[in-house]
Design a protein around this ligand. Structure first.
Ligand code: BG6
Length: 606
């Protein structure tokens, strides 16, 4: 996905545009560009990060108090200045920045080239600028509307035209948020880039086109039917999106987890009654009691949270649970009906594959309940009801606090289901009491991060890594491996401990480090057995073990201790040392932790 920013007001636009892009850079950092309007258009574009654009603009500041800007995650056309946005029409009077994909761009380009248009890039986006030029006939807004009606695909876009003191933004599936200031307006792909200026925002809906001046905001659909803007207030402030004293957002967000887990559970635990209180769940008790199954669907880290929750829904919720990669779910013909509850899990609420899976499940007749972080996001708006996890903006591309936030939301939801499907009150009460301790346990793990740092530095030269977990900790092993891959580029695999002997054990030699999740719980003896199978083949073994477990020292090379924790809650405590391990390995390898290569915070293209 890409980041779009726009400004119209009385201040010099370029500085505001560059700072806006800096707030959106976690969305893509292959190239960046901006255009301001002052008489004609003033275009600046660079390859790479926004700071390169900042240097260029600082050297030759473009005039004007109206402009649009873009930071790119390349889909069509390799990262280059030529393919950087904004893209212009033939006359260089119309400029477009776009987040999304124009599926029919080849056909549109051929049509426009037959009409004499000359293209300067390999991107899909450039056709939009030429299409608007093609439809221009005195009413510019109508030309934009007509052009968008020709586009198949997804877009969040902003358009500028010399001679027009207006910004135009439109949305189909990719997010656009408008910020309302005094005598000025801002547009952005998400609210994190607006909070420096205002907390009054309007989330543009699909199929809407907004025309924005310094003082006015007009929204209409593509058939020109006016729509009144729904102004919302952003709940968090600038501190939430600043690194503070941390060197990286990832480390800051790892250390935020005790507070954020508390935020997710705040006001949602009636311990004495043994009840999870989830005001956003608008399924009736009868809907839940007669439900046939829950289907959890997501991508990346959110999918791993779904795999952990599968245990909770079956163990505490008393309901069969299935977990689907959203990317795979959309290739299937799901046999669903209103007795099935589809639960999309997403930090951003904008991941296109998860959104598509949700739409398919709805079309197939399932009930829908979202588990989301970003308030007002597409998945939140397209599900019948849901749970916000309230962990605040997550900027680090590798998801951390949203993982434990999702775990907390899903644990509460499984209890909520359980109490409507026969889970005894005292059992639920015990679970809630144990959950209430999780922030303290996570804080204890964080207080030991120096030990993790030392160990990660010693293993940072590894080329491959295997993470092993059993039962509810297999998904945590998957998450640990993903974190290491995402930020340190070390190839890593998460595998169920006992599955090793059925094949992957062939990989074991002195160069292959293996990390075991070996908490002192019901599966401890079996895990010790698995450890010996690896040691017998010369593998180097690290264990995440329980405080006071001196026995394990005889079996492994290195140990990271975590406090004792009930098995069902161990994913909270085990995930944190794995996040820290990946972080410190990446730092030791001098990787760009917050902007890992080839990644984006959430992918809004399927
Ligand atoms: C990827 C991110 O693009 O999307 C991952 O790099 C994330 O960190 C995944 O887990 C899913 O995103 P979301 O927002 O749907 O949870």
């Amino acid at each position: 996905m890409c980041g779009i920013f726009g400004y119209i007001g009385d201040s010099s636009a370029w500085r505001i545009l560059v700072n806006g892009l800096k707030r959106l850079e976690y969305r893509g950092y292959d190239s960046a560009g901006l255009v301001t309007l002052d008489g004609g258009l003033h275009l600046l574009r660079t390859r790479g990060t926004v700071s390169a654009l900042d240097r260029l603009a600082s050297r030759t500041p473009p005039p004007g108090s109206l402009g649009i800007a873009h930071t790119r995650w390349a889909t069509h056309g390799r990262p280059s200045v030529r393919n950087a946005h904004p893209h212009l029409d033939c006359s260089r009077r119309i400029a477009v920045v776009h987040n999304g994909i124009v599926d029919n761009y080849k056909a549109l380009r051929a049509f426009l080239e037959r009409k004499g248009h000359r293209f300067r890039s390999d991107t899909d986006t450039e056709v939009i600028a030429h299409l608007i030029e093609h439809f221009e006939n005195g009413d510019f807004e109508q030309a934009v509307r007509k052009a968008l009606q020709e586009v198949d695909g997804t877009y969040g876009l902003a358009v500028l035209r010399s001679g027009e003191q207006r910004l135009f933004v439109a949305r189909r599936q990719s997010p656009i948020v408008i910020g309302i200031g005094r005598g000025e307006h801002f547009v952005a792909s998400d609210p994190t880039a607006l909070v420096d200026h205002t907390r009054k925002v309007v989330y543009l809906d699909d199929g809407h086109l907004a025309s924005i001046t310094r003082d006015a905001l007009h929204i209409a659909d593509l058939r020109r039917v006016r729509v009144s803007p729904q102004v919302k207030q952003i709940a968090w402030d600038v501190q939430a999106i600043d690194k503070g004293d941390y060197p990286h957002f990832m480390l800051k967000e790892i250390h935020e987890q005790p507070d954020r887990i508390s935020d997710t559970m705040r006001g949602r635990m009636a311990v004495r009654e043994g009840k999870a209180v989830l005001g956003g769940v608008r399924l009736t008790d009868e809907d839940i009691a007669r439900a046939r199954r829950v289907i959890l669907s997501a991508c990346g880290t959110s999918w791993h949270a779904g795999l952990v929750a599968e245990y909770w829904f079956e163990h505490l919720g008393g309901i069969p649970a299935e977990v689907e990669y959203a990317t795979e779910f959309i290739t299937k013909h799901p046999q669903l009906d209103e007795r099935d509850i589809f639960i999309p899990i997403s930090q951003s609420g904008e991941t296109a594959d998860t959104l598509e899976a949700l739409r398919r499940a709805k079309a197939a007749g399932a009930r829908t309940l979202g588990m989301v972080n970003v308030v007002g996001s597409s998945i939140a708006r397209e599900t019948e009801c849901g749970v916000y996890i309230h962990v605040g903006p997550e900027i680090g591309v590798a998801s951390t606090k949203a993982f434990t936030g999702h775990l907390c939301g899903l644990f509460l939801l499984s209890l909520y289901f359980g109490r409507r499907r026969g889970l005894p009150q005292d059992h639920a009460r015990t679970m809630l009491r144990q959950l209430a301790h999780v922030p303290t346990l996570v804080q204890k793990v964080l207080s030991r991060s120096r030990k993790v740092k030392q160990l990660a530095a010693r293993y940072a030269k590894a080329r491959n890594f295997i993470y092993l977990g059993r039962g509810i900790n297999f998904p945590v092993a998957l998450e640990g491996a993903l974190k290491l891959k995402e930020v340190s580029y070390i190839h890593a695999e998460g595998i169920p401990s006992a599955e090793m002997k059925h094949g992957p054990i062939a990989l074991i030699d002195r160069q292959m480090p293996v990390l075991f999740l070996a908490n002192r719980d019901e599966s401890y003896k079996r895990v010790l057995q698995n450890i010996q199978e690896i040691r017998a083949r010369g593998g180097r073994v690290i264990a995440i073990a329980t405080d006071g477990d001196t026995q394990i020292r005889h079996y492994v090379h290195d140990v990271l201790y975590v406090p004792p924790v009930p098995l069902l809650l161990s994913p909270f405590v085990n995930a944190v040392p794995l996040q820290l391990f990946a972080y410190y390995a990446a730092v030791a390898r001098e990787c760009n932790v917050d902007k890992p290569r080839n990644l984006a915070k959430s992918v809004t293209v399927t």
